[in-house]
Design a protein around this ligand. Structure first.
Ligand code: SAM
Length: 422
């Protein structure tokens, strides 16, 4: 049997035990574990290698795909597009084994209940309620919603392989870059920056696995960032229909773009000082051009040098505020605060400084936090004090779309939110 088994690496043994309890034959088929490094094959060559959830597998290739419940799968467009991708990878008689949650918990946390899965996937063919796993037949009618996941499946080769880059001299490229620029008079500068980045990249093909890993990290991260931000915006700005969003250090803009694609916000500015992110943002914008024209803009700059063209409703720093120099952190936040419309929110997410970040290989859950970041990372007291100068700090979990108290939150990675008075 050709089976694909997707799980959170750190909980491998527990997950294998669970799945084999559900259907013993799956354990015997030595489930496939994807390799991040065999990029040129449609299927992994070495099952011992550690995998990732977004490996772009070929259509019609598996009899069974099982997703373990150590992975929080949100019930949003991201989650739907992800499931649609798995469904596409099944053989016509194949089945998908998925975790589900009791209705109340699913509703509260933003996960999938059995009812939701049935509604989306159609035919259920078995379930073990105690284990929280259910099996579904391959659906022939499933249409993936618009999500950055689709972009990943379609465009990852262009985003990671030197030599597959577009010709930046084409007039349509110039037009797209100009449409994406917050200040269109920077078009030529942006094209020069991208060209120089791509030329350097082409001389370093050894970076491909690293680029692929980064792309997976960003695309995966949108699953929960989108679910949580969506919840936070609904909670704090329930009646605002024209939400303007700024993401400082937003990478290549996936979060703002997913929020735009799901129509939670009306405009997004992504501000990031990296030339690579400028290039990736260009690819992403180009892919969703029809949805994003006039709504999404990129500004190549550091947060502290950004100039707001208009007041906005949501200002985010997700694992990026630590890079603003200490001596101007408060002044930068004050500038942000002054550009928030009444009722608007400032959202900051930061890993809390700890011994883990001094180690050579930090846990994959710490994402792209680099080892050298440890000295500039926040303590709980420092981030609470800084944000507390602007108002009461509210906290939300990162793994579920729910609020959390200061005590419960402790040193966890959280979203901290301060709201400006109406
Ligand atoms: C760890 S990544 C986080 C990206 C994204 N916000 C996320 O949560 O996935 C940090 C980002 O901050 C950007 N960055 C670095 N220094 C910055 C600064 N001074 N102002 C704004 N962004 C900065 C980097 O280019 C990078 O994209």
């Amino acid at each position: 049997m050709n089976a694909l088994y997707l799980r959170d690496e750190s909980k491998r043994e527990k997950a294998v035990a669970k799945i084999s309890e559900y259907q013993p034959e799956y354990a015997q088929t030595a489930p496939v574990v994807f390799s991040e490094f065999s990029l040129h094959t449609s299927q992994p060559s070495n099952p011992e290698q550690v995998g990732n959830l977004l490996y772009p597998c070929a259509a019609n290739s598996f009899e069974v795909i099982a997703v373990d419940n150590s992975i929080p799968l949100f019930r949003n467009s991201w989650g739907k597009a992800f499931l649609a991708g798995l469904n596409r990878s099944l053989l016509s008689n194949g089945s998908l084994i998925l975790p589900f949650y009791p209705s109340k918990i699913a509703k509260h946390k933003g996960y999938w209940s059995l009812k939701d899965l049935r509604k989306f996937l159609g035919c259920e063919i078995g379930r073990n309620t105690q284990l929280g796993l259910a099996a579904f037949k391959r659906s022939d009618t499933l249409a993936p919603p618009v999500s950055v996941v689709n972009w990943f499946h379609h465009s990852h080769p262009r985003a990671i392989h030197p030599g597959q880059f577009p010709d930046l001299n084409l007039p349509e490229v110039r037009q797209t870059v100009s449409a994406m620029c917050l200040h269109p008079d920077r078009t030529e500068e942006y094209i020069r920056l991208m060209r120089s980045h791509l030329e350097t990249e082409a001389t370093q093909p050894e970076l491909i696995p690293k680029r692929f890993k980064q792309l997976i990290y960003y695309t995966m991260g949108i699953s929960n960032k989108h679910a949580c931000l969506d919840h936070i915006i609904q909670t704090h700005l329930p009646r605002r229909t024209d939400v303007r969003f700024v993401d400082h250090g937003g990478g290549f803009g996936m979060l703002g773009i997913e929020l735009l694609l799901t129509e939670r916000i009306q405009t997004a500015v992504n501000c990031d000082p990296s030339a690579r992110n400028l290039f990736l943002s260009f690819l992403l914008f180009d892919f969703f051009r029809d949805h994003l024209n006039g709504k999404y803009h990129f500004e190549h700059t550091k947060a502290e040098t950004f100039t707001y063209p208009d007041p906005v409703d949501v200002i985010c720093y997700l694992v990026s505020f630590l890079y603003v120099p200490d001596e101007i952190k408060y002044a930068t936040l004050q500038r942000d605060w002054d550009h928030l419309r009444p009722g608007g929110i400032l959202v900051i997410q930061e890993n809390i400084r700890s011994e883990t970040f001094k180690r050579e290989t930090p846990s994959k859950f710490k994402g792209v936090q680099r080892k050298g970041d440890e000295p500039i990372m926040f303590t709980v007291e420092k981030i609470d004090e800084l944000m507390g100068r602007f108002g009461d700090v509210r906290r939300y979990m990162t793994t579920a779309a729910v609020p959390i108290s200061k005590e419960e939150g402790g040193v966890k990675l959280l979203f901290r939110v301060v709201q400006k008075k109406e």
